[in-house]
Design a protein around this ligand. Structure first.
Ligand SMILES: *Cc1c(COP(=O)(O)O)cnc(C)c1O
Length: 453
């Protein structure tokens, strides 16, 4: 379908697609975009799409926010780039660290910058290895995460990610242990209540710690809501059950808030939505509202003190990226935090979340929707062949890809994830735009379920 020299053909010829369903893109061609307007993006042919995925969860202020672009331009004029090595850093970096600790759940803390979420998780693992070794426990190296977790793509963060596709890379590396995903609807056993399921997962955690030996474990990482695993909120009481066990064995708890940070779940942090305080927070994606590649490790008071003591012992933390704490990234992040928290974006998530849920609840009456789940502005619908038995559609039918492709044809971008369709629109979405999202999605569901019936 692509014409020679078309944008689609040129994309195909010279670009290697990441995380892309190749049969779909070969049949349909890439969507090549030129710009955006609010929550919409526009392609080279002038077609508009409502991007119900906020780009990749991150463009929370939409695609043409004037204030953010101005903050970036002003900083490019003032001081367009610098590092944070050798005791030097930009004033913007100083201010952003203060701001991140201020808006964190921590009374005090320390921040370290990276260029991405993957690197922030990777950095946190290295910090834990460094810390434990410095405290005389170099054998504390194993990392606990959960199945369906997504923590990134570097060799370490991909090892933390709990997805089967990493087998093609020979990952995970040894010492990365995956616990049961806290998705009650899918992994609860017959006759088990949600409370019993949570208790079973807590027992599993303690058994794994005892089996492996607490003094071999460096840390436990969890997304408050698993994002790329298919928008999976924790089962009831999950973090309240897990945290005391981690505490008992002195295992640091790291909240990967790359998606859930800055308002996505209806509070500033997902840990507030689920009422727990982690030992450190990983931030990225919406940290800069998607305008700059940036990640941050935010250490709470105890880890900040312990890491600082470890650094003082050898007089250096031998780690950092060339663009860590980039002044333009920091200036944008400072503005993004202000925009999200003070221009009504976070409030809009809170205000429209009930309408969001009501729309999904209605769509979930469809006999081929097994479950709707989520919180705030991150939700998923899971398609099933049979609702009562939760039997999925046959894999070769690629049902979720077909739904997403049909949505694209209708001018709506949403994401297929396993058998689910993920919706995580920008925080600026209006009620009318939300209705447009649901209308288009409903048309796509009706069309595709009729095709595969
Ligand atoms: C996207 C994501 C990452 C990885 O971030 P990148 O910037 O893509 O490296 C890590 N953790 C979570 C929870 C994410 O959603």
């Amino acid at each position: 379908m692509t014409q020679p020299q078309s944008w689609e053909a040129r994309a195909d010829e010279y670009s290697l697609y990441g995380f892309t369903d190749l049969p779909s893109v070969q049949k349909r061609g890439a969507v090549v975009l030129t710009h955006g307007e609010g929550p919409y993006v526009v392609d080279v042919n002038g077609r508009r799409y409502l991007d119900a995925n906020s780009g990749l969860w991150n463009m929370v202020a939409g695609f043409d926010h004037k204030g953010l672009a101005e903050a970036a331009k002003a900083q490019y004029d003032r001081f367009p780039g610098y590092h944070a090595f050798f005791g030097r850093m930009s004033d913007q970096t100083v201010m952003l660290s203060e701001k991140l600790v201020e808006v964190s759940p921590f009374a005090r803390g320390k921040v370290f910058y990276t260029n991405s979420g993957s690197e922030a998780n990777d950095t946190m693992v290295k910090m834990l290895w460094f810390l434990h070794a410095s405290e005389g426990k170099p054998q504390r190296r194993k990392i606990l995460t959960r199945w369906n977790a997504y923590h990134g793509v570097t060799a370490v963060s991909a090892s933390m990610t709990g997805k089967p596709y990493n087998e093609v890379f020979g990952l995970p590396l040894p010492g990365f242990i995956h616990l049961t995903c806290p998705h009650f609807w899918r992994y609860g056993e017959a006759g088990e209540t949600e409370e019993q399921f949570t208790a079973r997962l807590a027992r599993e955690l303690e058994e794994v710690i005892q089996r492996e030996g607490a003094d071999t474990i460096a840390g436990f990482f969890a997304e408050p809501v698993q994002g790329a695993g298919g928008v999976i909120p924790p089962s009831a009481g999950y973090f309240q059950a897990v945290l005391p066990i981690l505490k008992k064995y002195d295992i640091p708890m790291i909240a990967d808030e790359v998606i859930t940070g800055f308002g996505r779940t209806g509070h500033t942090w997902g840990n507030q939505t689920y009422d727990f305080v982690p030992d450190a927070i990983i931030s990225s994606k919406n940290l800069t509202a998607g305008l700059f590649p940036m990640g941050a490790v935010i250490l709470g008071p105890e880890l900040a003190d312990r890491v600082q003591a470890a650094v003082e012992k050898i007089e250096e933390f031998p780690h950092g990226f060339t663009a860590s704490g980039h002044p333009v990234g920091c200036a944008i992040a400072l503005k993004a935090i202000d925009v999200v928290m003070n221009e009504g974006l976070a409030q809009n998530v809170v205000d429209l979340a009930p309408r969001f849920e009501a729309g999904l609840k209605r769509l979930a009456q469809n006999p081929n929707i097994g479950e709707y789940r989520g919180v705030g502005f991150m939700w998923a619908l899971e398609a099933v062949r049979d609702k009562a038995s939760k039997t999925p559609f046959e894999g070769h039918l690629s049902v979720s890809e077909r739904i997403a492709n049909t949505c694209t044809d209708l001018g709506l971008i949403c994401r297929p994830l396993g058998q689910s369709i993920v919706l995580c629109p920008p925080f600026i979405l209006t009620e009318a735009q939300m209705d447009e999202m649901f209308d288009k999605l409903e048309q796509a569901l009706t069309r595709v379920f009729a095709e595969v019936a």
